[in-house]
Design a protein around this ligand. Structure first.
Ligand SMILES: Cc1cc2nc3c(=O)[nH]c(=O)nc-3n(C[C@H](O)[C@H](O)[C@H](O)COP(=O)(O)O)c2cc1C
Length: 173
């Protein structure tokens, strides 16, 4: 069994990134479990909260990653960078320094935009940051004009090429 934990860097109700994550079980090889971790209640990183004051949700976040074989970041592009929610998740998982749950995990990065960019530049930024933690990036998927590549209702990818990219990256885990 391959266990993956997935994070959407957008908490809006109709988020394309969350919907893409919800679609992934269709494309995952048999024996893969994908658990979406809800980041809504994770506070902003504050070093004062390390130790006994660590919020339960952060304990759960770190445990979910520690127990997983790999991580999937679905990361929206905000103003040429990735959203604070994605960065905050990386920051919590990076600590304790040198022993963070993020260390040496396999990672897949997905980014999608309604516009033509497909989040390619932020995927590069995330991959560069993950280099600090010895992560192996098994795949990056960028989708432009995402509103034309998913069904209006339901978490279904209608674009064949995008579906194949998702399948190939999941297989690489
Ligand atoms: C604050 C903000 C900044 C954005 N900046 C960019 C950007 O730099 N490039 C881009 O292609 N789209 C940008 N967008 C559009 C997002 O790609 C789009 O809203 C996307 O659907 C967000 O992901 P979500 O659907 O998972 O919430 C921005 C959206 C917001 C809300």
């Amino acid at each position: 069994m391959t266990t993956l934990v997935a994070f959407s860097g957008s908490t809006r109700s109709a988020s394309f990134h969350t919907r893409l994550l919800n679609s992934l079980p269709t494309y995952a090889p048999e024996g893969t479990s994908i658990a979406l971790f809800d980041l809504s209640d994770v506070p902003f990183y504050n070093q004062d909260l390390e130790g006994e004051a660590l919020p339960d949700v952060v304990v759960a976040l770190r445990a979910a990653v520690a127990e997983a074989d790999g991580i999937i970041f679905a990361a929206p592009e905000y103003n040429g960078s990735y959203s604070a929610l994605t960065k905050n998740t990386i920051d919590w998982l990076s600590r304790p320094m040198g022993q963070g749950a993020l260390r040496e995990k396999k990672v897949m990065v997905i980014s999608a935009t309604p516009g033509p960019g497909g989040g390619a530049r932020i995927t590069e930024q995330i991959v560069a940051v993950l280099g600090f933690f010895g992560n192996t990036v098994v795949g990056t998927v960028n989708a432009s004009t995402i509103h034309e590549k998913m069904a209006a209702d339901g978490d279904v990818v209608t674009d064949v090429a995008l579906a194949e990219q998702l399948r190939a990256s999941l297989a690489a885990f």
